[in-house]
Ligand binder design. Structure first.
Ligand SMILES: NC(=O)c1ccc[n+]([C@@H]2O[C@H](COP(=O)([O-])OP(=O)(O)OC[C@H]3O[C@@H](n4cnc5c(N)ncnc54)[C@H](O)[C@@H]3O)[C@@H](O)[C@H]2O)c1
Length: 293
């Protein structure tokens, strides 16, 4: 626990679910906790829970989709605790769901702004601060198994979670020399209120389009899966274990390995076809370019 003791973690979407559990776990390991969340009442309740557990905590009501809210969060965090050593980009919404033709523009915008731009803004604000103090730090993106392979009828959620995985892979290489350990958490179903994300849909993303039957069908299946998912406590413990070990990919559902194994096999097969293609025989030995070197 030595490496966490007295350090500070900012957790977006920390008012409940995976974020709150991670706050409790990292707080129990000795960290100061900044809970950053859009929903006032659960945020106040979460702050109280941590205070009662003797964890130094600061609650900031904010919207991850607004860059200025991240700047305000950083200012409040540093004023209260000094240097910030961990950013958990956890806030996320299930977002617009449905078939391609039923996913409307406000649904896409809401999902992209929270799930993707929220992660980008968090990193934009906190990574420079971590680079400046140079102490051991962590940057954790919360993605999903949906980001490891496409989930049909969940286009917006899938796209944003795949982007968050890709960002973690890019940042892992980019920040290697900066004493910042980058990880991406990719859970399958966990018992939280993620299936009730609409409670936090900001008015600026309102839509007039009535949900189609397929939306109700997916919502029902997702609700059942989430309610039968694993407990958040398992996720918190697993993340801390992976942070200590410096793991890039953090999985919580070993049985879902079939999903990535299948994807890898399909991609390997596609490369075999490209290698055998008469059209590509002249470019088989193209120089491999890597920006990481
Ligand atoms: N529960 C699952 O089955 C599951 C599976 C895979 C990935 N995830 C991911 O885990 C993360 C946490 O979700 P959860 O399952 O704990 O759900 P949750 O709904 O219980 O918690 C999400 C938290 O994010 C907050 N939030 C929502 N929009 C926000 C915004 N614009 N600004 C700030 N805070 C905002 C909510 O108020 C809430 O406290 C999400 O990124 C989600 O996509 C969850």
């Amino acid at each position: 626990m030595q490496e966490f003791d007295g350090k500070t973690a900012v957790i977006s979407g920390g008012a409940e679910g995976i974020g709150l559990n991670l706050a409790r776990t990292l707080g129990a390991a000795g960290m100061n906790i900044v809970l950053a969340d859009i929903e006032a009442a659960p945020l106040a309740a979460a702050e109280k829970v941590l205070q009662e557990a003797g964890i130094p905590v600061l609650a900031v009501e904010m919207d991850v989709a607004l860059f200025e809210d991240w700047q305000r969060t950083a200012q409040a965090a540093t004023e209260r605790f000094g240097a910030v050593h961990a950013l958990v980009n956890n806030a996320g919404v299930s977002g617009g769901i449905g078939a391609i033709e039923t996913l409307d523009d406000p649904g896409w915008r809401w999902t992209i702004d929270v799930n993707l731009m929220g992660v980008v803004y968090g990193a934009n604000v906190f990574v420079p601060l971590m680079k400046r103090h140079g102490e051991q730090s962590w940057l954790i993106n919360v993605a999903s198994m949906a980001g490891m392979a496409g989930a049909p009828l969940g286009g917006a959620y899938t796209a944003t979670k795949a982007a968050v995985v890709a960002l973690a892979e890019a940042w892992f290489e980019e920040l290697k020399g900066e004493n910042i350990q980058v990880s991406v958490l990719a859970p399958a179903f966990v018992k939280t209120r993620i299936h009730q994300s609409y409670r936090n849909r900001q008015p600026r993303y309102a839509t007039d389009v009535a949900p189609t039957p397929d939306v109700f069908k997916i919502a029902k299946v997702t609700t059942e899966a989430v309610n039968n998912g694993i407990d958040v406590e398992i996720v918190g413990k697993r993340v801390v274990e992976a942070m200590k070990a410096g793991e890039l990919y953090i999985f919580t559902h070993p049985s879902y390995r079939v999903v990535t194994d299948h994807r890898s096999a399909v991609i390997a097969d596609a490369f075999d076809k490209a290698t055998a293609s008469p059209e590509l025989q002249g470019v088989l030995n193209e120089k491999l370019i890597s920006f990481a070197d």
